[in-house]
Design a protein around this ligand. Structure first.
Ligand code: GTP
Ligand code: MG
Length: 285
Protein backbone atom coordinates (compact mmCIF):
# COMPACT_ATOMS: atom_id res chain seq x y z
CA UNK A 1 0.00 0.00 0.00
CA UNK A 2 1.29 3.44 -0.96
CA UNK A 3 1.67 5.36 2.30
CA UNK A 4 0.80 8.57 0.45
CA UNK A 5 -2.51 7.17 -0.66
CA UNK A 6 -4.04 5.07 2.10
CA UNK A 7 -7.50 3.60 1.54
CA UNK A 8 -9.34 0.64 3.04
CA UNK A 9 -12.93 0.06 2.10
CA UNK A 10 -13.72 -3.65 1.92
CA UNK A 11 -17.13 -4.92 0.83
CA UNK A 12 -18.35 -5.63 4.35
CA UNK A 13 -18.13 -1.92 5.20
CA UNK A 14 -20.42 -0.97 2.34
CA UNK A 15 -22.87 -3.61 3.55
CA UNK A 16 -22.58 -2.31 7.11
CA UNK A 17 -23.39 1.23 5.96
CA UNK A 18 -26.50 -0.09 4.19
CA UNK A 19 -27.53 -1.89 7.41
CA UNK A 20 -27.00 1.26 9.46
CA UNK A 21 -29.25 3.16 7.01
CA UNK A 22 -31.94 0.49 7.38
CA UNK A 23 -31.76 0.54 11.17
CA UNK A 24 -31.83 4.29 11.71
CA UNK A 25 -35.61 4.23 11.81
CA UNK A 26 -35.52 1.74 14.68
CA UNK A 27 -33.53 3.87 17.07
CA UNK A 28 -34.17 7.11 18.96
CA UNK A 29 -30.61 8.34 19.10
CA UNK A 30 -27.24 7.51 17.62
CA UNK A 31 -24.05 7.41 19.66
CA UNK A 32 -21.28 8.56 17.35
CA UNK A 33 -18.04 7.24 18.70
CA UNK A 34 -14.84 9.03 17.76
CA UNK A 35 -11.23 8.64 18.88
CA UNK A 36 -10.16 11.52 21.19
CA UNK A 37 -6.66 11.44 19.67
CA UNK A 38 -7.95 12.05 16.14
CA UNK A 39 -11.35 13.68 16.54
CA UNK A 40 -11.42 15.15 13.06
CA UNK A 41 -10.03 12.16 11.21
CA UNK A 42 -12.32 9.70 12.98
CA UNK A 43 -15.52 11.51 11.95
CA UNK A 44 -16.89 9.52 9.04
CA UNK A 45 -18.38 11.96 6.48
CA UNK A 46 -20.58 9.24 4.99
CA UNK A 47 -22.12 8.55 8.43
CA UNK A 48 -22.43 12.31 9.05
CA UNK A 49 -24.54 12.60 5.94
CA UNK A 50 -26.73 9.61 6.78
CA UNK A 51 -27.27 10.84 10.35
CA UNK A 52 -27.74 14.51 9.67
CA UNK A 53 -31.38 14.65 10.78
CA UNK A 54 -31.05 12.17 13.64
CA UNK A 55 -30.57 13.05 17.33
CA UNK A 56 -27.01 12.16 18.22
CA UNK A 57 -24.49 12.21 21.01
CA UNK A 58 -20.81 12.42 20.16
CA UNK A 59 -18.60 10.32 22.40
CA UNK A 60 -14.89 11.10 22.48
CA UNK A 61 -13.59 7.69 23.44
CA UNK A 62 -10.10 6.68 24.59
CA UNK A 63 -9.81 9.96 26.54
CA UNK A 64 -7.22 8.17 28.69
CA UNK A 65 -4.91 8.03 25.65
CA UNK A 66 -5.34 11.64 24.53
CA UNK A 67 -3.92 14.95 25.75
CA UNK A 68 -6.57 16.21 28.24
CA UNK A 69 -6.10 19.86 27.20
CA UNK A 70 -6.81 19.04 23.57
CA UNK A 71 -9.82 16.91 24.46
CA UNK A 72 -11.20 19.91 26.35
CA UNK A 73 -10.60 22.09 23.25
CA UNK A 74 -12.75 19.66 21.26
CA UNK A 75 -15.51 19.65 23.87
CA UNK A 76 -15.57 23.46 23.76
CA UNK A 77 -15.58 23.39 19.98
CA UNK A 78 -18.63 21.12 19.84
CA UNK A 79 -20.38 23.04 22.58
CA UNK A 80 -20.03 26.29 20.58
CA UNK A 81 -21.70 24.54 17.67
CA UNK A 82 -24.56 23.39 19.89
CA UNK A 83 -23.48 19.76 19.63
CA UNK A 84 -23.42 17.61 22.75
CA UNK A 85 -20.11 15.76 23.13
CA UNK A 86 -18.90 13.70 26.05
CA UNK A 87 -15.33 12.49 26.69
CA UNK A 88 -15.24 8.87 27.84
CA UNK A 89 -12.84 6.04 28.61
CA UNK A 90 -14.76 2.88 27.93
CA UNK A 91 -11.93 0.60 28.93
CA UNK A 92 -12.06 1.89 32.50
CA UNK A 93 -15.70 2.94 32.46
CA UNK A 94 -15.10 6.66 32.91
CA UNK A 95 -18.18 8.84 32.20
CA UNK A 96 -20.18 5.91 30.84
CA UNK A 97 -22.85 6.51 33.48
CA UNK A 98 -23.54 9.87 31.83
CA UNK A 99 -24.54 8.41 28.47
CA UNK A 100 -28.11 7.53 29.40
CA UNK A 101 -29.02 10.77 31.25
CA UNK A 102 -27.38 12.95 28.58
CA UNK A 103 -29.22 11.02 25.86
CA UNK A 104 -32.53 11.44 27.70
CA UNK A 105 -31.84 15.17 27.88
CA UNK A 106 -31.19 15.33 24.13
CA UNK A 107 -34.39 13.36 23.55
CA UNK A 108 -36.47 15.40 26.02
CA UNK A 109 -39.03 16.52 23.43
CA UNK A 110 -39.33 13.10 21.81
CA UNK A 111 -39.90 11.42 25.17
CA UNK A 112 -42.39 14.07 26.26
CA UNK A 113 -44.26 13.57 23.00
CA UNK A 114 -44.43 9.85 23.62
CA UNK A 115 -45.88 10.41 27.06
CA UNK A 116 -48.50 12.73 25.59
CA UNK A 117 -49.44 10.06 23.09
CA UNK A 118 -49.90 7.68 25.99
CA UNK A 119 -47.08 5.46 24.87
CA UNK A 120 -46.06 3.62 28.02
CA UNK A 121 -42.57 2.55 27.03
CA UNK A 122 -39.74 4.63 28.45
CA UNK A 123 -37.14 2.54 26.70
CA UNK A 124 -34.69 4.42 24.56
CA UNK A 125 -33.08 2.60 21.70
CA UNK A 126 -29.65 3.60 20.63
CA UNK A 127 -27.32 2.64 17.86
CA UNK A 128 -23.58 2.96 18.23
CA UNK A 129 -21.54 3.82 15.14
CA UNK A 130 -17.92 4.65 14.46
CA UNK A 131 -14.72 3.76 12.67
CA UNK A 132 -13.09 0.33 13.17
CA UNK A 133 -11.33 -0.31 16.50
CA UNK A 134 -12.64 2.87 18.16
CA UNK A 135 -14.20 0.93 21.05
CA UNK A 136 -17.87 0.40 20.15
CA UNK A 137 -18.09 -3.15 21.47
CA UNK A 138 -16.06 -2.27 24.57
CA UNK A 139 -18.62 0.38 25.57
CA UNK A 140 -21.46 -2.04 25.09
CA UNK A 141 -19.77 -4.67 27.23
CA UNK A 142 -19.04 -2.18 30.00
CA UNK A 143 -22.58 -0.86 29.97
CA UNK A 144 -24.14 -4.29 29.99
CA UNK A 145 -21.64 -5.66 32.51
CA UNK A 146 -20.94 -8.71 30.45
CA UNK A 147 -18.98 -9.84 27.43
CA UNK A 148 -21.96 -9.47 25.12
CA UNK A 149 -20.00 -8.17 22.19
CA UNK A 150 -16.68 -9.46 20.89
CA UNK A 151 -13.81 -6.94 21.15
CA UNK A 152 -10.16 -6.90 20.12
CA UNK A 153 -7.33 -4.56 19.36
CA UNK A 154 -7.59 -4.95 15.60
CA UNK A 155 -10.04 -3.28 13.23
CA UNK A 156 -12.94 -5.33 11.89
CA UNK A 157 -13.84 -7.39 14.96
CA UNK A 158 -17.61 -6.82 14.86
CA UNK A 159 -19.01 -8.33 11.67
CA UNK A 160 -22.74 -7.71 12.02
CA UNK A 161 -25.33 -5.73 13.93
CA UNK A 162 -26.25 -6.99 17.38
CA UNK A 163 -28.89 -5.72 19.85
CA UNK A 164 -27.90 -5.66 23.49
CA UNK A 165 -30.26 -4.82 26.33
CA UNK A 166 -28.42 -2.70 28.86
CA UNK A 167 -31.11 -2.18 31.43
CA UNK A 168 -34.84 -2.46 31.18
CA UNK A 169 -35.10 1.04 29.73
CA UNK A 170 -32.10 1.19 27.50
CA UNK A 171 -31.17 -0.83 24.42
CA UNK A 172 -28.11 -0.56 22.25
CA UNK A 173 -27.33 -1.76 18.75
CA UNK A 174 -23.69 -2.62 18.07
CA UNK A 175 -22.54 -2.15 14.47
CA UNK A 176 -19.35 -3.00 12.58
CA UNK A 177 -16.74 -0.26 12.22
CA UNK A 178 -16.98 1.62 8.96
CA UNK A 179 -14.65 3.85 6.98
CA UNK A 180 -15.42 5.62 3.72
CA UNK A 181 -14.30 5.02 0.13
CA UNK A 182 -11.80 7.86 -0.26
CA UNK A 183 -10.11 9.99 2.39
CA UNK A 184 -10.16 13.70 1.62
CA UNK A 185 -6.44 13.97 2.27
CA UNK A 186 -3.70 11.60 3.20
CA UNK A 187 -3.29 13.09 6.67
CA UNK A 188 -6.61 11.44 7.57
CA UNK A 189 -5.46 8.07 6.23
CA UNK A 190 -2.25 8.34 8.24
CA UNK A 191 -4.02 9.29 11.47
CA UNK A 192 -6.37 6.34 11.07
CA UNK A 193 -3.44 4.04 10.40
CA UNK A 194 -1.35 5.30 13.37
CA UNK A 195 -4.20 4.68 15.79
CA UNK A 196 -5.09 1.22 14.46
CA UNK A 197 -8.31 1.85 12.52
CA UNK A 198 -6.85 0.40 9.33
CA UNK A 199 -5.92 -3.22 8.94
CA UNK A 200 -2.15 -3.49 9.50
CA UNK A 201 -1.78 -6.14 6.82
CA UNK A 202 -2.35 -3.55 4.10
CA UNK A 203 0.05 -1.02 5.59
CA UNK A 204 3.77 -0.68 5.12
CA UNK A 205 5.08 -0.57 8.71
CA UNK A 206 8.41 1.04 7.87
CA UNK A 207 6.86 3.94 5.98
CA UNK A 208 4.14 4.28 8.60
CA UNK A 209 6.72 4.50 11.42
CA UNK A 210 8.69 7.06 9.41
CA UNK A 211 5.56 9.21 9.08
CA UNK A 212 4.78 8.74 12.78
CA UNK A 213 8.22 10.05 13.74
CA UNK A 214 7.65 13.11 11.53
CA UNK A 215 4.29 13.69 13.17
CA UNK A 216 5.57 13.28 16.74
CA UNK A 217 8.51 15.61 16.13
CA UNK A 218 6.05 18.18 14.82
CA UNK A 219 3.92 17.85 17.98
CA UNK A 220 6.82 17.86 20.45
CA UNK A 221 10.37 16.49 19.98
CA UNK A 222 10.49 15.66 23.69
CA UNK A 223 8.06 12.77 23.18
CA UNK A 224 10.71 10.71 21.39
CA UNK A 225 13.67 12.24 23.21
CA UNK A 226 12.32 11.26 26.63
CA UNK A 227 11.13 7.80 25.69
CA UNK A 228 14.26 6.70 23.85
CA UNK A 229 16.92 8.94 25.47
CA UNK A 230 17.97 10.44 22.16
CA UNK A 231 18.67 13.93 20.89
CA UNK A 232 16.68 14.91 17.83
CA UNK A 233 18.01 18.45 17.35
CA UNK A 234 18.81 19.15 13.71
CA UNK A 235 18.36 15.52 12.72
CA UNK A 236 16.65 14.07 9.67
CA UNK A 237 13.75 11.67 10.30
CA UNK A 238 15.79 8.69 9.15
CA UNK A 239 18.61 9.57 11.57
CA UNK A 240 16.09 9.71 14.42
CA UNK A 241 14.80 6.31 13.38
CA UNK A 242 18.33 4.94 13.36
CA UNK A 243 18.97 6.35 16.85
CA UNK A 244 15.81 4.71 18.21
CA UNK A 245 16.84 1.44 16.56
CA UNK A 246 20.28 1.55 18.14
CA UNK A 247 18.76 2.32 21.56
CA UNK A 248 16.42 -0.63 21.21
CA UNK A 249 18.98 -3.03 19.77
CA UNK A 250 17.18 -3.33 16.45
CA UNK A 251 20.26 -4.35 14.49
CA UNK A 252 20.84 -6.98 11.85
CA UNK A 253 24.08 -8.82 11.14
CA UNK A 254 26.87 -6.42 10.23
CA UNK A 255 25.27 -3.72 12.40
CA UNK A 256 22.71 -2.77 9.76
CA UNK A 257 19.51 -1.26 11.11
CA UNK A 258 16.54 -3.60 11.38
CA UNK A 259 13.96 -1.13 10.09
CA UNK A 260 11.08 -3.55 10.30
CA UNK A 261 11.71 -4.27 13.97
CA UNK A 262 12.18 -0.66 15.04
CA UNK A 263 9.06 0.33 13.10
CA UNK A 264 6.95 -2.33 14.82
CA UNK A 265 8.24 -1.28 18.24
CA UNK A 266 7.52 2.40 17.65
CA UNK A 267 3.98 1.87 16.32
CA UNK A 268 3.18 -0.59 19.06
CA UNK A 269 4.46 1.69 21.82
CA UNK A 270 2.49 4.61 20.43
CA UNK A 271 -0.69 2.50 20.35
CA UNK A 272 -0.12 1.31 23.91
CA UNK A 273 0.27 4.92 25.14
CA UNK A 274 3.86 4.22 26.19
CA UNK A 275 4.91 7.48 24.53
CA UNK A 276 2.42 9.34 26.71
CA UNK A 277 -1.06 10.75 26.15
CA UNK A 278 -0.81 12.21 22.67
CA UNK A 279 -3.48 13.86 20.55
CA UNK A 280 -2.63 13.96 16.89
CA UNK A 281 -5.17 16.63 16.00
CA UNK A 282 -6.16 19.83 17.75
CA UNK A 283 -9.17 22.00 16.95
CA UNK A 284 -7.32 24.65 14.98
CA UNK A 285 -5.26 22.17 12.89
N1 GTP B 1 -7.19 2.75 26.51
C1 GTP B 1 -8.41 2.55 26.02
N2 GTP B 1 -8.62 1.49 25.21
C2 GTP B 1 -9.87 1.31 24.73
C3 GTP B 1 -10.94 2.18 25.04
N3 GTP B 1 -12.05 1.73 24.40
C4 GTP B 1 -11.67 0.62 23.72
N4 GTP B 1 -10.37 0.35 23.91
C5 GTP B 1 -9.59 -0.75 23.30
O1 GTP B 1 -9.68 -0.59 21.88
C6 GTP B 1 -9.68 -1.86 21.22
C7 GTP B 1 -10.86 -1.97 20.27
O2 GTP B 1 -12.08 -2.08 20.99
P1 GTP B 1 -13.42 -2.70 20.33
O3 GTP B 1 -14.50 -2.41 21.32
O4 GTP B 1 -13.23 -4.06 19.84
O5 GTP B 1 -13.60 -1.72 19.08
P2 GTP B 1 -14.80 -1.72 17.98
O6 GTP B 1 -15.06 -0.27 17.72
O7 GTP B 1 -15.93 -2.55 18.43
O8 GTP B 1 -14.03 -2.35 16.74
P3 GTP B 1 -14.63 -3.09 15.43
O9 GTP B 1 -15.68 -4.04 15.89
O10 GTP B 1 -13.43 -3.72 14.87
O11 GTP B 1 -15.15 -2.00 14.57
C8 GTP B 1 -9.70 -2.91 22.34
O12 GTP B 1 -8.37 -3.34 22.53
C9 GTP B 1 -10.20 -2.13 23.55
O13 GTP B 1 -9.72 -2.65 24.78
C10 GTP B 1 -10.66 3.30 25.90
O14 GTP B 1 -11.52 4.15 26.20
N5 GTP B 1 -9.39 3.42 26.34
MG1 MG C 1 -16.79 -4.15 17.57
Amino acid sequence: MDINNINWYPGHMKKAIDKIKENIKLVDIVLVLVDSRIVKSSMNPVLDEILKDKPKLILLNKMDMADPKITQNWINYFSKKGIVALPIDSKNGKNLDKIEPVSRKILEDVLENRKNKNIKSETIRMMIVGIPNVGKSTIINKLSNRQSAKTGNTPGVTKSNQWIRIKSKFELLDTPGVLWPKFEDNEIGLNLAFTGAIKDEILDEENLAFKLIEKLIQIDPKILEDRYSIDTTGKETIEIMDDIAIRRGCLLKGKNIDYFKVSTILIDEFRKTKLGRISLEDVCD
